[in-house]
Write a protein that binds this ligand. Structure first.
Ligand SMILES: [Ca+2]
Ligand SMILES: [Ca+2]
Ligand SMILES: [Ca+2]
Length: 319
């Protein structure tokens, strides 16, 4: 059998293309699983905004290089879990100018321990949070993506107790970790989480933060790991108009991560971010209640990369 010249060229270019892809993926040597390109949209939009404008909040699935399927931006309980009461939520027309205008007495109390202390929490997340106390899901954010909102929760619990929060920096380009923003079709959005509680607990560097989904990554060799630190500070955070082939790294979340007693001692400490870095000075959902956030001594926290880490778990034990 003879191979014509034309057929040989087609074959060899196919081999070259394949090895180029394979070597890019092989540049990644970390503990996660790597996928490339856009996810398949599973739900086009899980949130409708009546009185304002919101980015489309979809959910997708993507298959990694070994055939495992991952949900992006993250598995979540938005559809089924109780929503936190809104401090500020433009889609629902809830726009108080300060905490004094909020009827805090009407916020339902979730009982974790019947003889515990009643605690009020004030929360702002870019973009979405799910709050667990001692493994019990207290409430989830009422707005998954935008507009930016803020929340109030109440629960009854005895010390010591464990706060566990899943935070998601939502994405428009599912599986690609990006959104259409600042003139770029694939602009990597950023995250950020801040909260204070009436027992004096605040978000700070004593919390632990671990990423489970990092994207967009254009050159997997930029990723590093040191012990349990999943580092992407060597990776670009620039937007692009050609982000459709971006990589994403996924790590499996332990099923009992939110439980009291879960061993997170190897996780990194939370990284702190300023209000300027998160960009909240034009967000009324934050500024109208700033005395419950930075004014209460709380800091914005996330994992080590507030731009590229899109699904982050936060854990803190209140003594
Ligand atoms: Ca939100
Ligand atoms: Ca991001
Ligand atoms: Ca964001």
């Amino acid at each position: 059998m003879t191979i014509t010249a034309k057929r040989w060229i087609t074959l060899s270019s196919a081999i070259l293309t394949f090895s180029a892809c394979a070597s890019d993926t092989n540049n990644y040597s970390g503990s996660g699983s790597i996928s490339q390109g856009a996810a398949k949209t599973i739900e086009a939009n899980i949130f409708e905004c009546e009185n304002s404008r919101s980015r489309v909040a979809g959910i997708g699935e993507i298959t990694d290089s070994e055939g495992k399927v991952w949900t992006v931006p993250a598995e979540n309980n938005f559809a089924s879990a109780p929503k936190a009461v809104d401090l500020y939520e433009e889609c629902a027309g809830i726009t108080p100018k300060s905490i004094a205008e909020v009827d805090q007495g009407s916020v339902p109390v979730v009982v974790v321990d019947p003889d515990g202390q009643e605690i009020t929490g004030y929360i702002f997340a870019d973009n979405y949070f799910e709050l667990y106390i001692n493994g019990a899901l207290i409430a989830v954010d009422s707005v998954p993506f935008t507009p930016f909102n803020s929340s109030i929760v109440k629960f009854k619990v005895s010390k010591p107790y464990t706060i566990a929060v899943k935070v998601i920096d939502w994405e428009e380009n599912l599986g690609l970790g990006s959104e259409d923003n600042r003139g770029k079709a694939f602009h990597p959005g950023d995250g950020g989480f801040i909260a204070s509680f009436s027992d004096g607990t605040v978000t700070n560097a004593d919390w632990q933060a671990q990423t489970f989904y990092t994207s967009p990554i254009y050159e997997p060799s930029c990723l590093k790991e040191v012990n349990d630190q999943r580092l992407s500070d060597g990776c670009t955070t620039e937007g692009t108009n050609n982000g459709q082939d971006a990589y994403a790294v996924h790590w499996q979340i332990p099923s009992d991560w939110m439980a009291q007693g879960f061993d997170s001692t190897s996780w990194p400490k939370a990284s702190l971010y300023t209000e300027d870095e998160i960009g909240v000075n034009n967000k009324k959902a934050y500024m109208n209640f700033i005395d419950k956030f930075s004014g209460a001594g709380a800091s914005f926290i996330w994992s080590t990369n507030v731009v590229l880490d899109n699904e982050v778990l936060l854990i803190y034990e209140v003594k």
